[in-house]
Design a protein around this ligand. Structure first.
Ligand code: NAP
Ligand code: MG
Length: 474
C-alpha cells in the first residue's frame, strides 16, 4: 500500500488545504493499492503563486545553468528508474519488461533530447533590422493522462524547463505513483523552489482551476477529446495558449509486396503493446482486398502469440488501466460483432485462465468497413481492425477518412512508394516501416489536437516570440 498525501509546492512537500483522499486500484488484482490526496482550487492558487515567484529568476537563467540542473535530474532519474518502472506496473498494468524498457526509456529520451536541443537552441535571431527574441511564456499548467505516464510528464516538463518556464503539473489520478516518484526526482535534483510544482487531484477540479487560472500563461494538455474541448473553453476567458495532444484512430497501410505477412504480424504485435492504450497506435490496418485471407491468417498467428497475464511476470500484455476502460472496450468488441465484422482473434471476456483483473483478449477484426463504429472511434484497448483497399489511392482515402489525424505507418519494401504514400496522409506523425525518432515533431491534425511536442518543436510551445524593431539602427 502506498500513501501519497502531500503535494510538491515551492520546493516543499506540503499538506493539501482541505483533506480529501481517494483510493487507487491495482488493475491486475482489482485490490486497493494505495491512497492519494485530492487537491482543490486553493492548492492550485498556492502552486501558481510559487511558480510565478520562481519565474522571475528561472526565466533569466543561462543555458548553462539550466543544463546543470537537467544534468542533476538525469542522475536522479537514472537512480530511481527501477522504482518508477515498478510504480507504472502497479498503477496502470504495463508489463514489467515494457515499463523497465520503453516507459522508462521514453522519459530518458525526452530528457537527453531536451538537453541536446538546449545546447544549440537559437533563442535569438536577426531578421534585417529586427531582432527576434524567443522568451519563456511564463507559468505553464500541465495536465497529463495515465497511458504512458512518465512519457507524458517528461515530454512536457523538460522542454518547458529548458525554455525557462516554471510549471504546475497535474498527473492523472490513475497514474499518481510514478508521478510522485518523478516529483521526488525533481526534489532530489535540487530544481530551484517553485520551478516545478505538482498537485494531485481530479481533472474537473484541479485541472479546471488550472485552465481558468488568470496567472497561468499556457496549458499543455494530453488526453481525451472531450476533456480537451472543456479545457479550451475554460481557458478562453483568460486568452491563454492551449496546446492539445488528443486521441487518434491511425492507419497502418500495408503495401502489397514481399514482406506482406511479416508486416501484418508486426502491425498486430505493435497494436497490443501497452494493451493498445497508445494514442498513436495504428488501430486500423489497411491491406489489399485481394490479400485479406492472407492477412487474416498472419494476424491470427500473431495475436495468438501475445501472452497476457500478471504484469509482474514475463508477459507481453498486462491488464487495461481500469474497470471503466475494461467495460468500454468490451462494449466495442460487442459492437464489432454486431456490426458484422469477422472476429479473427480474441473477443469478449477475459483471456482463459484469468478470473480477475482488467484483462482483455488481444482482439482482431477483419473485413471491417471504415464506416463501422469500431473503425471510427478510438477504442483505446488491444483491438485491431483490418480494412481492405482496392488500390493505393483508395488506401490513402480510407486512411484520411477519419476525424482524427494523429499518426500512421506505411509498411512496404519499396521505399519510394512508401514515402509517396506517407506524404499523402493527413496526420502529424507518420512512420515509414515503424521509423522512430526523438527529434521528430509529435502531434495531430484535425481533432487529434493542435500542439507539437518532442525535440526542438516541443520547445516552441513554451516560448513567446518578441520582435525588437529598430534593433539595428537604420
Ligand atoms: P482524460 O480523461 O482526458 O484525462 C487526461 C487528464 O485530463 C487527466 O489528468 C484528467 O484528470 C484531466 N481532465 C479530465 N477532464 C478535465 C477537465 N475538464 N479539465 C481539466 N482536466 C481534465 O484522458 P485519459 O483517459 O487519461 O487518457 C486517454 C486519452 O488520452 C485517449 O483519448 C488518448 O488518445 C489520449 N492521449 C493522447 C496522446 C497524444 O499525445 N495525442 C497521448 C496519450 C493519450 P483525472 O485525473 O480526473 O482523470
Ligand atoms: Mg489504477
Amino acid at each position: 500500500m502506498r500513501e501519497y498525501l502531500k503535494f510538491y509546492i515551492d520546493g516543499q512537500w506540503v499538506d493539501p488545504v482541505e483533506f480529501k483522499t481517494v483510493e487507487t486500484i491495482n488493475p491486475a488484482t482489482e485490490q486497493v493499492s494505495g491512497k492519494i490526496a485530492l487537491g482543490s482550487t486553493a492548492d492550485v492558487d498556492k502552486a501558481v503563486k510559487a511558480a510565478r515567484k520562481a519565474f522571475a529568476t528561472w526565466s533569466r537563467t543561462t543555458r548553462e545553468q539550466r543544463l546543470e540542473v537537467m544534468q542533476r535530474i538525469l542522475v536522479q532519474y537514472q537512480a530511481r528508474s527501477a522504482e518508477i518502472a515498478e510504480a507504472i506496473t502497479e498503477e496502470m498494468g504495463a508489463p514489467a519488461s515494457l515499463a523497465g524498457s520503453f516507459h522508462i526509456g521514453l522519459g530518458l529520451g525526452h530528457l537527453n533530447t531536451a538537453m541536446e536541443v538546449l545546447k544549440n537552441f537559437q533563442f535569438e535571431e536577426q531578421r534585417g533590422a529586427t531582432r527576434i527574441v524567443k522568451e519563456p511564456i511564463g507559468v505553464c499548467g500541465m495536465i497529463a493522462p495515465w497511458n504512458w505516464p512518465i512519457n507524458q510528464i517528461t515530454v512536457k516538463v523538460f522542454p518547458a524547463l529548458a525554455a525557462g518556464c516554471t510549471m504546475v503539473l497535474k498527473p492523472s489520478q490513475e497514474s499518481h505513483f510514478s508521478a510522485q516518484i518523478f516529483a521526488e526526482v525533481m526534489d532530489a535534483a535540487q530544481v530551484p523552489a517553485g520551478v516545478f510544482n505538482m498537485i494531485q487531484g481530479k481533472g474537473s477540479v484541479v485541472g479546471a482551476a488550472m485552465s481558468r487560472h488568470p496567472d497561468i500563461d499556457m496549458i499543455s494538455f494530453t488526453g481525451s477529446n472531450p476533456a480537451g474541448v472543456e479545457i479550451s473553453k475554460d481557458a478562453a476567458a483568460t486568452v491563454k495558449r492551449v496546446c492539445l495532444e488528443l486521441g487518434g484512430k491511425s492507419a497502418n497501410i500495408v503495401l502489397d509486396d514481399a514482406a506482406f505477412a511479416e508486416n501484418v504480424r508486426k502491425g498486430v504485435t505493435g497494436m497490443m503493446v501497452n494493451s493498445g492504450q497508445t494514442c498513436s497506435a495504428t488501430s486500423r490496418m489497411l491491406v489489399p482486398k485481394a490479400r485479406m485471407s492472407e492477412a487474416i491468417a498472419a494476424a491470427r498467428e500473431a495475436a495468438a502469440a501475445v501472452t497476457v497475464g500478471d504484469p509482474k511476470g514475463n508477459v507481453a500484455m498486462g491488464p487495461v488501466v481500469s474497470k471503466a476502460q475494461f467495460n468500454s472496450i468490451q462494449e466495442y468488441i460487442h459492437k464489432g460483432v454486431d456490426e458484422g465484422a469477422t472476429l479473427v482473434a480474441g473477443g469478449v471476456g477475459r483471456p482463459e485462465g484469468l478470473s480477475k483483473g482488467f484483462f482483455v483478449k488481444p482482439t482482431v477484426f477483419a473485413n471491417v468497413s471504415n464506416s463501422m463504429v469500431i473503425a471510427r472511434e478510438e477504442i483505446f484497448g488491444p483491438v485491431l481492425v483490418i480494412i481492405g483497399y482496392g488500390n493505393v489511392d483508395e488506401a490513402v482515402q480510407i486512411a484520411n477518412d477519419s476525424e482524427f489525424g494523429l499518426a500512421g505507418n506505411v509498411a512496404g519494401a519499396d521505399l519510394d512508394k512508401a514515402r509517396a504514400v506517407a506524404r499523402q496522409i493527413r496526420a502529424g506523425w507518420i512512420s515509414i516501416n515503424d521509423g522512430f525518432d526523438f527529434h521528430a515533431a509529435f502531434g495531430g491534425y484535425k481533432k487529434s489536437g493542435n500542439g507539437r511536442e518532442w525535440g526542438e518543436f516541443g520547445f516552441h510551445e513554451y516560448l513567446e516570440v518578441k520582435s525588437l524593431l529598430g534593433y539595428v539602427p537604420g
